[in-house]
Every structure is written in structure tokens, then in C-alpha cells.
Design a protein around this ligand. Structure first.
Ligand SMILES: *Cc1c(COP(=O)(O)O)cnc(C)c1O
Length: 418
């Protein structure tokens, strides 16, 4: 694993990160830290991780030159890192494999996870099926309804989905509930967090597992750009919690000639109050075990968020992004729902790729930025996932009823079926 930009001994990146967790979890967190320290550079652990990435996920994922888009837009050449081609359709599987491997080594037969859109839940259920681990996924009841195909996928993979009825019944409530489960079942349970958030060591550990994305890009780009040692002028990724962005950014941190640009969900506009732009419009506070930028009111209450893409709909952001923003090594911008949707349709028709709505935010900003650059310059976009999961949302927004809304009868969740 890379050795630069590591958190300090207390898990802080500058003023962000740390461990804000109940006393009952102190032991479990310490145990996880020790296990990760022991295995992160262990040759046998890394060999197994790399084997899984190659044979189960299908890595390395290719880089694709979006040549038609680049010439139509004018300006810099746009390249896509195809995380959408991974098994389960997004970058999330990279991280769940690493954490499930730790769960096995720590002798924890039960895995819990939180999920919003269901992508992290599906990736966790997938690896638990592969390793024979019990899997329980917490999901806001609002999201259970919005994302019923993913609930059924988790059913098929043998996981138990627990609908969460508290708060806004979405991702942050699912995270709270998963934390509660962990406190109760800490002896036999491993909590697989899906992004670069949570108490130390999660932000560092998830970043390390996802860094395979950027490490591959550094090896692949010189061939794509036709020159030894050549790297892109800018790397762009969408930021929800920030794991796909940290995964591609981190290996590029020492490359001073490469701008790093994170795209937050500006929803209906950065000043509409309906967005998820925690860095651009938030302030420092504590959420889910770490100190970071949050969307909160004057009393420190976390506020409601909005994005067209469920995966970006989170009121916080990983602490390492907060740090990168403060020191200016990465820049953060906003893209609205409407701009993301336009980029979604554009990529479908121009490149034959249906991107996730999350990733469409990064594509939209790349198209804006490319126009301001020269044709001999290049932009690398992390295409974090495929858009199959989003076609229902897009159809609804387009007024298309392409099939009857899937019946939810027969979907099983804890306590019965819907
Ligand atoms: C979950 C998800 C995201 C957002 O999560 P990050 O931790 O910010 O990467 C982005 N893209 C896709 C396809 C996702 O599934």
C-alpha cells in the first residue's frame, strides 16, 4: 500500500478524521486497527486480494478514450476509467473484498453493512456469499422502496435486508442502525463500511483498498497518451462519501502536474438548500465516528440532503477529502441534477455507455472543463459505475413508463415480506 499522506497516530488528516465512537466500540475498533496493520503489507494477504481482484472482479479495468465526445466537445481529450465493468457494476466491490478478507482472518462469521442505493449492500452480499459469511444489510425504508431491484439482488445472494424506519429513512439512518448493531454484536460481527468515512481506520483502509483504481491508471495512462511517463492533466471523480474519488486521487497525489477535481452533487442548485455538497456548502462537525465537513444547521443538526443519484445523497464526506480541500491539493466543484442527467444521455448516445447517475456528475464536469483546455491535454474521469440500476429513475424523470413498476410482493426483508 502507498506510504504517503497517512493519517497521524490518532487517525487524523489535519483537523479531520479521528475516532468518535461509543466506549463499547473501542475494543472492536482497536482490534480492527491491529488486524489491518498486521495484514496490510502481508504478502499472502496482498496476493489473495490481487487474485480476487483479477479473477472475481475482472481487474484491471480498462481505460477508454471517449474520442467522439472529445472531438464534439472540443478541447482536451477525455478518458474514462471503466469501473463500471467490474463485477457488480461499480467500484464498491474492491473495498468489500478487502474488508471481508479481514473478517475471515479475524474469525468474525457475521458481516453487517449499511446501504443507500443498494450498491454497497449488493457488493457486500456478493462477497459474503463467496466466502460463506452471514450478511445483514441495513437500508432506510425509503430506499428499500426506491431501490427494490437491489433488495431482490441481496435476497438472491442470501443476505437479510433490515429496513430502517428512523429519521429520514435513508442512508445516514441506515449507518446509525448498523453502528447500533455493531455495539450489540461486536464479538462475532465485522462492520463493512462502504465509503471512506467512519472512525479510524476505516477512511484510510477503504482508501487503500480502492487505491487499486489510481495505481492501475498510473500504469495504463502512458500507453493511452502515447508517451513514456505521460499522465493526465486532470483527474475527475464524483464525491458522495468519497471512496471512488480517493481511490483514483490518492496514487496521483505526488503527481504535481495532475489536477485532482472532486464533483459534489449540487442537486437543484448549490443555493437551493436541496443538494449534497458537503465540502462546498458544509462546515466542520462530527458524524459517523469522524470529524469532517457536514451539512448541518446552526444547532449542529444534520440537514436533509438531495441528489438525483442515491449514491451521492449523503450529508458528510470522507475526512481525507476535507483535508485535501483545505490544503488545496484537490479542488471541489458542484454539478446539478439537470447537468448530470444531460451528461448521462449524452454518454449513452455518443459512446454507447450507460453510466451511473453518480458517475454522470463527473462526466458533466469533464465536458465543461475540456472546452477550456487544449486538444493535446487530457482529462481522466473515474466512471465509478454502470447505469443499469438508474434506468427506472431516468425513465420516471423522462415521463416514460417502460414497464410496470416492479411489484414488491415477495421481496423479503427482516420481519416478513413486502
Ligand atoms: C456508491 C457510489 C458512489 C458514491 O460513493 P463514493 O464513496 O463517493 O465513491 C459513486 N458512484 C457509484 C457508481 C456508486 O455506486
Amino acid at each position: 500500500m502507498n506510504d504517503y499522506q497517512q493519517p497521524d497516530a490518532t487517525g487524523h488528516f489535519g483537523n479531520y478524521g479521528g475516532t468518535f465512537a461509543s466506549e463499547t466500540l473501542t475494543h472492536a475498533i482497536q482490534e480492527l486497527r491491529e488486524a489491518y496493520e498486521r495484514y496490510k503489507n502481508d504478502p499472502e494477504f496482498l496476493a489473495e486480494f490481487n487474485y480476487e481482484l483479477a479473477h472475481f472482479v475482472g481487474r484491471p479495468s480498462p481505460i477508454y478514450h471517449a474520442a467522439r465526445t472529445s472531438s464534439e466537445v472540443g478541447g482536451a481529450q477525455i478518458y474514462l476509467k471503466r469501473e463500471d465493468l467490474n463485477h457488480t457494476g461499480a467500484h464498491k466491490i474492491n473495498n468489500t473484498i478487502g474488508q471481508a478478507m479481514l473478517a475471515k482472518r479475524m474469525g468474525k462469521p457475521r458481516v453487517i453493512a449499511e446501504t443507500g442505493a443498494g450498491q454497497h449492500g449488493v457488493a457486500t452480499a456478493t462477497i459474503c456469499a463467496r466466502y460463506g459469511l452471514e450478511c445483514v444489510v441495513y437500508m432506510g425504508s425509503q430506499d428499500v422502496k426506491r431501490q427494490s431491484p437491489n433488495v431482490y439482488r441481496m435476497n438472491l445472494l442470501g443476505a437479510t435486508v433490515v429496513p430502517v424506519e428512523s429519521g429520514s429513512k435513508t442512508l445516514k439512518d441506515a449507518l446509525n442502525e448498523a453502528m447500533r448493531d455493531w455495539v450489540t454484536n461486536v464479538e462475532n460481527t465485522f462492520y463493512i463500511i462502504g465509503t471512506v468515512a467512519g472512525p479510524h481506520p476505516y477512511p484510510m483502509m477503504v482508501r487503500d483498498f480502492q487505491s487499486v483504481i489510481g495505481t492501475e491508471c498510473i500504469a495504463q495512462m502512458p500507453d493511452m497518451l502515447g508517451g513514456q511517463g505521460k499522465q493526465p492533466d486532470a483527474v475527475i471523480a464524483c464525491v458522495g462519501g468519497g471512496s471512488n474519488a480517493m481511490g483514483i486521487f490518492h496514487p496521483y497525489i505526488p503527481f504535481a502536474g495532475t489536477r485532482l477535481i472532486g464533483v459534489e452533487a449540487a442537486g437543484e442548485g448549490l443555493d437551493s438548500g436541496k443538494h449534497s455538497a458537503s465540502i462546498l456548502r458544509g462546515s466542520p462537525g462530527v458524524l459517523h465516528g469522524n470529524r469532517t465537513y457536514l451539512l448541518q444547521n446552526e444547532d449542529g443538526q444534520v440537514t436533509e440532503t438531495h441528489s438525483i443519484s442515491a449514491g451521492l445523497d449523503y450529508p458528510g464526506v470522507g475526512p481525507e477529502h476535507a483535508y485535501l480541500a483545505d490544503i488545496g491539493r484537490a479542488e471541489y466543484v458542484g454539478v446539478t441534477d439537470a447537468q448530470a442527467l444531460e451528461a448521462f444521455h449524452y454518454l449513452c448516445r455518443t459512446e454507447g455507455i450507460i453510466p451511473a447517475l453518480e458517475s454522470s456528475h463527473a462526466v458533466a464536469y469533464a465536458m465543461q472543463l475540456a472546452k477550456t483546455m487544449r486538444p493535446d491535454q487530457s482529462i481522466l474521469v473515474n466512471l465509478s459505475g454502470r447505469g443499469d440500476k438508474d434506468i427506472g429513475t431516468v425513465a420516471d424523470l423522462s415521463g416514460v413508463d417502460f414497464y410496470d413498476r416492479p411489484s414488491m410482493r415477495g421481496l423479503s426483508v427482516k420481519g416478513g415480506s413486502l
